[in-house]
Design a protein around this ligand. Structure first.
Ligand code: ADP
Ligand code: ZN
Length: 731
């Protein structure tokens, strides 16, 4: 461990850059010296790049070639605790430290001095004439206007030329301002009183407040049905952190929820907190990064990457909907935000709250084992009751061809419509139909770059690959046999379900909620609000409806294909299906009206379906835990996925086989190696993918063994080996 926090007066310093070099570089300290941890710009070849002074230089470069640090940035030096966090996270995920540093410095324009700058904001006057381009500009300003936009950023985000913006400025619809960069955030009022808590909630809040006040690390699983007031309770813990002068971070799985949450914080603490996610403007992100470092931001609400912000004194991390799959980053640095939150908190004596109605088996098991505390909220707040649940046995329903709504479900929907209540149909399939088939030759239209079928999106009038995003117009002619007019859409997606619902209930207002149909987070949120306020009679949604939104008029949830998640062959299929269907069912009956959830299934006797219906959650987890224990699967054993990819199938397999033959390091820790086998999605964006799976006993030093195993392997330049520790999906 290198020493930190000291002042290096002169001589050589060792610098870590965010460039993919995988080693430290020596530089001469600037005149007068520099602090360890200082953010600096250093010359590297012809460029100047961002780096951090890591310690005293190693002195193993030719001294005549060592260059001098260019500039020390005007931001607080990286704290020792952050250095430790990045180092440990890099070791755990087997990621080069330079890539971790990149995650920790993803604030645009950090190197620019804090000065005045020109920004654009929305003016008070409406434009003389509204054109599509002009309305795009105004929309961007409406959605994320926070710290204003630089002119070039605005034209890029709105996809307009600078002349469009100039015209709007001339009319006063957009105004130019000169504003100081990086204003700190208004102070949140920790004394502002919250809602009066129920007895259950009050006990939970008191325990969590005490945990925060203690100032020592600890993790608590906060489990409670949807609507039981988990958010209300953890906001009390946030209040405690603010009171003790420490910072708090709330992680949410989805940007649309962020918008809702910001409003809620404003009501609770009188001001809006800082936000950090990909939808925030560059100026806002930079402002957030700096304010977090300087202590000018008390609370950050954000996506998983906010864990890498330079908090000055982080006292609380909340991971809301902790079971959500999107906490695992599946591209670039492969990390799980829930696990990294626990790591980070343990290094800075912070409290972690993992909130969920349906915890992950990992967290459930950690609570069982006593590693985490656990608090349960048993009741829904107010008079809202849990929905009645039942299955619809599809084997005995009279179904017509190309119809997906059973007569029983349709009957229930009719009752809701007549009562002026809402129904929600849940189907986790975007688009119109998952498969386009030629009835003449049997060809299934696939993506030319991926091993995936293309999905028809009727609104877009295109076929889309959900793997790589490629799309093409829906053809009339079969690309394989050339016969015209024989292509047929097979199977349902939400768009097709909407068509069926409209045919059955022509007077009903049908709304689709699907991530691909909203342009921005705020637009999606607005749509959800309209629907929640009663703007639709029948809501048809993908899994985005499962995530914490409130629909007070909703009294019926129909799960169109409850069997969908049970196949898959994935380790977590049962768990995910259980979580998702319970979450969706929890949308029904949130206000005064009781709700019903109906599951269309071909196997009503399946243990997962039975567990969902009976509501015996502990029973489900115990059974699931036992079966994983027997299999030595996570969380009772460890796994790592190794994916070898490249352009030629044969060479990819050759390298994978070579790895399998030379796996002594893996054998030494009593781990098993499976594969190589073609990955379930064997081709993505034109690259072939072959998988190996390492399965190790729980206590085994898996990362060390994998590192030793791969260290000796020469990877050809056009090929890649990716390691995924604790893989969540096996695609
Ligand atoms: P969860 O996070 O468990 O889904 P929330 O905290 O969002 O639950 O609470 C659900 C709804 O009930 C919210 O609208 C919330 O404002 C309300 N609520 C919860 N507890 C209280 C309370 N003690 N007093 C008033 N309203 C409450
Ligand atoms: Zn594709």
């Amino acid at each position: 461990m290198r020493e930190r926090g000291f002042y290096i007066e002169g001589g050589l310093v060792s610098v870590l850059t965010a460039e993919p070099l995988n080693r430290f570089l020596d530089y001469k300290a600037p005149e007068g010296g520099v602090f360890a941890g200082a953010f600096v710009m250093v010359p590297l070849g012809p460029r100047r790049v961002l780096g951090v002074v890591w310690g005293v230089g190693a002195g193993d470069f030719d001294i005549s070639k060592v260059r001098t640090i260019g500039r020390v940035l005007d931001v607080p030096p990286m704290r020792a605790e952050m250095v430790e966090f990045l180092t440990k996270a890099a070791e755990y995920t087997l990621t080069p430290l330079s890539l971790m540093l990149r995650l920790a410095t993803r604030a645009p324009g950090l190197a620019q001095p804090a000065s005045m700058r020109k920004i654009l904001r929305k003016g008070l006057v409406a434009p003389v004439k509204i054109t599509a381009a002009r309305s795009r500009v105004l929309k961007v300003l409406d959605d994320h206007g926070g710290a204003g936009f630089a002119p070039s950023e605005l034209s890029a985000l709105a996809v307009v030329s600078s002349s469009v913006i100039k015209a709007l400025i001339a009319q006063g619809a957009v105004v130019e301002e000169v504003a100081p960069r990086d204003l700190s955030y208004p102070k949140l009022d920790a004394e502002h009183v919250g809602k009066t808590l129920s007895a259950d909630q009050a006990v939970a809040a008191k325990t969590l407040r005490e945990a925060v006040r203690s100032g020592v690390y600890g993790t608590t699983l906060l489990k409670g049905v949807t609507g039981s007031g988990k958010t209300e309770v953890y906001l009390e813990a946030v209040a405690e952190a603010l009171k003790s002068g420490r910072q708090a971070l709330v992680l949410l799985p989805e940007i649309a929820l962020t918008v809702e949450f910001l409003d809620r914080v404003e009501k609770r603490f009188g001001q809006r907190p800082a936000e950090w996610h990909s939808g925030a403007s560059q100026a806002e992100r930079r402002r957030c990064w700096k304010a977090v470092a300087e202590g000018g931001a008390q609370l950050v609400v954000g996506a998983r990457s906010s864990l890498f912000l330079p908090f000055r004194d982080l006292g609380l991390i909340v991971v809301d909907e902790e079971h959500d799959g999107s906490y695992k980053q599946e591209e670039g640095v492969l990390y799980h935000a829930r696990d990294m939150a626990v790591l980070r908190a343990s290094l800075c004596s912070a409290t972690v709250i993992l909130a969920s109605a349906t915890p992950s088996l990992e967290s459930w098991a950690n609570a069982e084992a006593g590693k985490y505390a656990r608090i349960d909220l048993h009741e829904r707040f107010g008079t809202a009751e849990l929905p009645n649940m039942d299955s619809i046995d599809m084997r005995s329903e009279a179904m017509e061809v190309n119809r997906w709504l059973s007569p029983t479900l349709v009957g229930e929907m009719k009752i809701r419509l007549e009562a002026g209540e809402q129904s929600l149909l849940f189907l986790n399939r975007r688009g119109f139909a998952p498969l386009t088939l030629c009835r003449a030759c049997g060809e299934q239209i696939g993506c030319s770059d991926c091993d995936a079928r293309m999905v028809e999106h009727r609104f877009l009038k295109r076929l889309v690959c959900h793997q790589c995003g490629a799309s093409k117009p829906i053809p009339d002619t079969c690309p394989s046999c050339g016969v015209v007019g024989k292509l047929a859409a097979i199977g349902p997606g939400v768009e097709r379900l909407a068509e069926e619902a409209t045919e059955l209930f022509p007077d009903a207002r049908v709304a689709i909620l699907s991530s691909d149909l909203a342009e921005t987070a705020r637009a999606l949120k607005q749509r959800i609000d309209e629907i929640a306020a009663g703007g639709a009679d029948i809501i048809i949604g993908t899994q985005i409806v499962a995530k914490g939104h409130n629909f007070p008029h909703l009294t019926l949830v129909g799960v169109i294909d409850a069997d969908l998640g049970l196949q898959g062959g994935d380790l977590r299929a049962a768990e995910k299906s259980f979580q998702l269907i319970r979450q969706v069912a929890g949308r029904a009956g949130r206000a005064e009206k009781p709700g019903t959830a109906l599951l269309q299934t071909h196997q009503p006797e399946h243990p997962v379906i039975k567990a969902i219906l009976s509501g015996d959650e502990e029973g489900f987890w115990k059974a699931e835990a036992e079966s994983r224990q027997r299999a030595g699967a996570p969380p009772y054993g460890r796994m790592a996925g190794i994916v070898v990819s490249g352009e030629k199938e044969a060479t990819v397999f050759d390298l994978a086989r070579y790895l399998a033959r030379n796996s002594q390091a893996i054998n030494q820790i009593d781990a098993q190696l499976f594969g190589p086998a073609a990955a379930p999605v064997s081709k993505i964006r034109g690259r072939f993918r072959v998988r190996l799976l390492v399965k190790a006993p729980k206590g085994a030093p898996m990362q060390k063994a994998i590192k030793a195993w791969l260290a000796g392997v020469k990877v050809p330049p056009n090929m890649r080996i990716t390691v995924d520790i604790d893989p969540q999906s096996f695609y």
